[in-house]
Design a protein around this ligand. Structure first.
Ligand code: ADP
Ligand code: MG
Length: 305
């Protein structure tokens, strides 16, 4: 029997073609939930590597003391804690996720959480975009580079799962990353635009799978930022009904729960690395939702509870 793809390492990408739907919220929250064994901490604690490719750098800031650059919106990665101990003349002491694509030395950063390491986002993707003039070519190249890294860098020995956070909108970078993933989760808003985007995305995944021996698996489509039942507008209801309508192919992938719009989920508005980021303990309903999300993802990816 052929060896498992990436020696069994799972690569979960948080994807949607649209910005602002919750890709980053899902990526960072699931990294935390999978590493800590879920909201009740009773599940298996998995070793997680986060690859942040989101130019907004929110996941990086949630897990790492990113360094602000005076007068700039972007943050730089800090000096790696093991710089000086690791004897590598080719290494400058910092890393971003993009270094994987440039054959640079890559050393993941530890975080304050035992089982979570991260390669932060370098902010704008200009350097990556400049790799190929043609969008198609860039996408294919990124997929190839990432597959190679997942297959050959030996990271399957250190991690059970890689979680990829993506640029805000559809780019050759996010599409290329999806081409190298084993699993994709799709948070979506329930407005028409986001729903159309999710449908197009399923078509895109079919195309990707035409060329793959091991198919990219859809973990689920998750309605996110859904208003509370009493505040659902007619449009929201129509959107939800559409997603779950058996005549639409989205229905095959729908989670059987929603993630509501909640103040306690607005984690990126909090200070960097704030310990309250992922503690939903004060909100019973949020806990219950996070539990459903965690169980759904674990079940879909590992087939266990
Ligand atoms: N369920 C939710 N309830 C409240 N705010 C949310 C929820 N999901 C995401 N947000 C907020 O909405 C904004 C967009 O989410 P984000 O995850 O950054 O989207 P994306 O990465 O797809 O662009 C962020 O400010 C985030 O904190
Ligand atoms: Mg984002």
């Amino acid at each position: 029997m052929a060896a498992a793809l990436y020696n069994g390492l799972k690569v979960l990408t948080s994807y949607h073609r649209k910005g602002g739907v919750g890709k980053t919220f899902f990526a960072s929250t699931l990294a935390y939930l999978l590493a800590t064994g879920g909201p009740d901490k009773k599940g298996k604690k998995r070793r997680v590597l986060i690859l942040d490719y989101d130019s907004q750098q929110d996941t990086s800031k949630a897990f790492l003391a990113m360094v602000s650059i005076p007068g700039e919106d972007e943050y730089m990665p800090p000096v790696h804690p093991e710089f000086g101990e690791i004897d590598d003349p080719d290494w400058g002491g910092t890393n971003t996720s993009s270094d994987i694509l440039f054959d640079n030395p890559v050393y993941e950063y530890p975080t304050a959480h035992d089982n979570i390491a991260i390669l932060p986002s370098e902010g704008n993707v200009d350097r990556v975009s400049a790799l190929s003039a043609q969008a198609d070519e860039l996408e294919v190249n990124i997929s190839r580079y990432m597959r190679d890294w997942f297959e050959k860098s030996g990271i399957h020995e250190d991690y059970d799962v890689v979680i990829v956070d993506n640029p805000p909108s559809k780019t050759p970078v996010s599409a290329g990353l999806m081409g190298a993933a084993t699993h994709v989760m799709i948070p979506t808003e329930v407005n028409r635009d986001a729903i159309d985007g999710a449908t197009l995305l399923l078509d895109r995944i079919d195309k990707i799978n035409d060329d793959r021996d091991v198919p990219l698996e859809v973990v689920g489509i998750f309605p996110n930022m859904v208003p509370s039942p009493s505040r659902l507008s007619v449009k929201d209801k129509v959107g939800l009904q559409w997603l779950y309508n058996p005549d639409n192919r989205t229905s095959n992938y729908m989670a059987d729960f929603f993630i509501q719009r909640r103040e306690c989920y607005r984690v990126f508005e909090r200070p960097s690395m704030d310990p309250s980021h992922f503690s939903f303990v004060h909100n019973f309903h949020a806990q219950a939702e996070m539990n459903k999300l965690y169980n759904h993802v674990v079940d879909s990816m590992w087939g266990e509870q």
